[in-house]
Design a protein around this ligand. Structure first.
Ligand code: PGA
Length: 255
């Protein structure tokens, strides 16, 4: 099954709603139109940028999608500071990043919380981009494959094959995030191939269509080599997504 690559920019806590307009417009007006048939582009932005991006995308009929970097595991109610899946869906979000290592580390998100958030996203019609990845210590101990498959199994536990078909996985080794140290194409492919086999086990008829992204210091210089691997179906891009020109080069590499 052919998988359309997905290049998702994860802005993290960068670019306010005014800066967001400039960045998305610059990107969208520079990208050759036929690229959009070959690659899906998504912006994963701060909550405060979403309404602005929705207006821009709808107003200018841009062929980019967007989403949030987190979601509440609850549907609604007395959860001060939380944002629900329904609210995100109403703003036209297509995706939501779940279980990013920064949330796991700084906000104590366990595999159980990640699982509940994946369920909340699917219930709202959003595609979860489920992040997994090992620390340098885990890799040094040779336990990274077992660690990552455990994270995926916990996040997707009990989902139907149809639900799984909407999910996106992002393999982001923690030691590669924001460090400039990218996994080699072989290192990344080895993990992606294992995850593909795992998905096959869980959702045989849909596994070949589920996109597995790589994330961790992916940039204009290394994107083509990583994306050429058979089981790397796109990227979750942090630092290099903040400048439209850099992001454009990665999208071009995917197209
Ligand atoms: P990076 O971040 O590209 O800056 O390493 C990726 C991510 O955290 O999603």
């Amino acid at each position: 099954m052919a998988r359309t690559p997905l290049i998702a920019g994860n802005w993290k806590m960068n670019l306010d709603h005014v800066e967001a307009i400039g960045s998305v417009q610059k990107f969208a007006f520079s990208l050759p139109k036929d690229y959009y048939e070959k690659v899906d582009v998504a912006y994963m932005v701060p909550f405060t940028d979403i309404r602005t991006i929705q207006t821009l995308v709808e107003g200018d009929k841009l062929q980019v999608t967007y989403g949030a970097q987190d979601i509440s595991k609850h549907e609604s109610g007395a959860f001060t500071g939380e944002v629900s899946g329904k609210m995100l869906a109403k703003l036209g979000c297509s995706y939501v990043v779940i279980g990013h290592s920064e949330r796991r580390e700084h906000h104590a998100e366990t595999d159980a919380v990640v699982h509940l958030k994946v369920k909340a996203a699917l219930a709202a019609g959003l595609a979860p981009i489920v992040c997994v990845g090992e620390s340098s210590e885990t890799r040094a101990a040779g336990e990274h494959l077992a660690f990552v498959t455990r994270q995926v199994a916990a996040a997707l536990e009990g989902l139907s094959a149809e639900e799984l078909a909407h999910a996106v996985i992002a393999y982001e080794p923690v030691w590669a995030i924001g460090t400039g140290k990218t996994a080699t194409p072989d290192q990344a492919q080895a993990v992606h191939a294992l995850l593909r086999a795992q998905l096959h086990h869980a959702a045989s008829e849909h596994a070949a269509g589920i996109r597995i992204l790589y994330g961790g210091s992916m940039n204009a210089a290394n994107a083509a080599e990583l994306l050429a691997q058979p089981d790397i179906d796109g990227g979750l891009i942090g630092g290099a997504a903040l400048k439209a020109a850099d992001f454009l080069k990665i999208v071009a590499a995917a197209a």
